[in-house]
Design a protein around this ligand. Structure first.
Ligand code: URP
Ligand code: ZN
Ligand code: ZN
Length: 481
């Protein structure tokens, strides 16, 4: 536990916020920031510890609003749970994550939330929060949606794909948006064309197609583009805020911009996989490692997404962290234990049975820093906005989270901007057997990570603990960015 009276001074770092960068000291009082300014050792309070951050950057802890931990899928489960995923997030400089609660097949939303708390609360090692999936709508569910606010959940996730499992019809999505609007809630949406996918998958299976590339071939980019526009149009007609998750195409980003320019209350997220990889990866022998939905597309799509980030037309970089082992028959060592969890090999003979999802929660900040800020595609202030401040604002946590200012939680990253390393599983600490960025050279990396004033990562030392992460009850009425 944090000593609630301990005063820690982080001296002479360069603070990077979403708005500006400046030299200052930060004085932490227990769990929160007490003061920011020059020469704070002379502030007239007794200081317990001084950390010299000369030459280092101080960032607000990363906030990843899109992770899937311990998520049942096909005949397995995503391989990071609410401890291992939190630990990996922390090593990468992220101190808050948001997970999605599956809607129970028959039960109430509250039962789903209770089940997710039972999985998460005792394991949580960083602060966390939930979104609620709405995958079946009837009068009882409509009536229950506003009650999610009492549980601290003001965000609803809907899908235009995954027919027969998760998808709602357009009229139902519109209804969810209307309810969300009435109660100051935010709808999040996975945009692909479920009907086209269903048709193309049936054709591919009938033809005997087995390889991972068919995952992308049966989920065409046009389906994502049109369903982004369709969803934005629904949001405009419901006058309800909408957040499109994991934009994977330049066209989808253009549709988002089109809608925003016409006053639609819409925002968007992309993820590292869509900025750095294309569907060519699925042609590799180990292509199953890259299977996620929606799939990665072309280099032109990558470029369009980068341009939208740089122009502040996409507001958040999340990860959609949903890892599976590549070879779940061969154990890896994790915190001294051998662990194997069935993974991508389940679809060795059938691309439709490969669990879809990728590791990424720990990669997000280091990769975006080196290949986004380092390459001059975005500024360091945009980096903080995309990975921390904007998600804090959009999801109702600001300024408790995502801010360097007095009274904010002392979720801080001391970032070494000149540290060089070759990235990969050794650093990412996801509980899986591969990393998409294996061997990528990085410049810039988290050195120390604080969660509410407690040092939880110190270089390669893990000082966090299961159960220390706190569930964040979020409020309705968050702003549109
Ligand atoms: O393939 C993915 N992204 N799996 C996680 C579920 C989702 O659609 O976000
Ligand atoms: Zn999705
Ligand atoms: Zn997802």
């Amino acid at each position: 536990m944090v000593d609630t009276h301990a005063m820690t001074l982080i001296k002479s770092g360069r603070l990077v916020t979403a708005e500006r960068s400046f030299e200052a000291d930060i004085l932490i009082d227990g769990e929160t920031i007490w003061a920011i300014g020059a020469n704070l050792e002379k502030a007239g309070v007794e200081i317990d510890e001084i950390i010299d951050a000369t030459g280092k950057l101080i960032l607000p802890g990363g906030i990843d609003p899109h992770v899937h931990l311990d998520l049942p899928m096909f005949d397995t489960v995503s391989s990071d749970d609410h401890y291992t995923g939190h630990r990996a997030a922390a090593f990468g400089g992220t101190t808050t994550v948001m997970d999605f609660v599956p809607q129970p097949e028959n039960g109430s939303l509250a039962e789903g939330v209770a089940e997710w708390h039972a999985k998460a609360d005792h394991k949580a090692a960083i602060d966390f929060s939930f979104h609620m999936n709405i995958t079946r709508l009837d009068a009882a569910i409509e009536a229950e949606i506003p009650k999610l606010l009492d549980l601290g959940i003001p965000t609803l996730k809907v899908f235009t794909a995954y027919n027969g499992r998760l998808r709602l019809q357009d009229g139902e999505i519109f209804r969810v948006m209307q309810i969300a609007r009435q109660h100051g809630m935010l709808t999040m949406l996975h945009a692909e064309n479920g009907d086209v996918i269903e048709c193309l998958v049936a054709e591919a299976v009938a033809e005997g197609q087995k390889d991972p590339i068919w995952h992308a071939k049966t989920r065409p980019a046009w389906g994502a583009v049109e369903s982004v526009l369709r969803a934005c149009a629904l949001a405009a007609q419901a006058d309800a805020p909408l957040y499109i998750v994991h934009l994977n195409t330049a066209g989808g980003a253009e549709m988002l911009r089109y809608a925003r320019e016409r006053g639609a209350p819409v925002m968007g997220e992309t993820c590292p996989q869509y900025l750095f990889f294309s569907d060519e990866e699925l042609e590799r022998e180990d292509g199953a490692k890259w299977i996620c939905s929606p799939p990665m597309r072309t280099r032109t799509d990558q470029e369009g997404l980068w341009n939208s980030l740089a122009a502040d037309q996409i507001q958040v970089l999340g990860t959609d962290h949903c890892p599976f082992f590549y070879d779940g028959t061969t154990p890896i060592e994790y915190e001294g234990q051998l662990v194997a969890i069935p993974g991508k090999e389940l679809g060795a003979d059938d691309f439709t049975k490969i669990p879809n999802g990728l590791p990424g929660v720990g990669d997000r900040l280091p990769i975006l820093w080196s290949y986004g800020v380092g390459s001059g595609k975005i500024t360091e202030n945009q980096f903080v906005a995309l990975t921390s401040t904007n998600p804090a604002k959009i999801f109702g946590l600001y300024p408790q989270k995502g801010a360097l200012r007095p009274r904010a939680d002392a979720d801080l990253v001391i970032w070494d901007p000149v540290k060089r390393l070759n990235y990969g599983v050794q650093y990412s600490r996801h509980r899986t057997d591969y990393n998409l960025f294996e061997g990528w050279p990085l410049t810039g990396y988290p050195e120390k990570v604080f969660l509410r004033g407690k040092l939880i990562v110190d270089g390669d030392r893990w000082l966090g603990q299961a159960g220390e992460g706190r569930f964040l009850k979020r409020k309705a009425g968050a702003p549109l960015l």
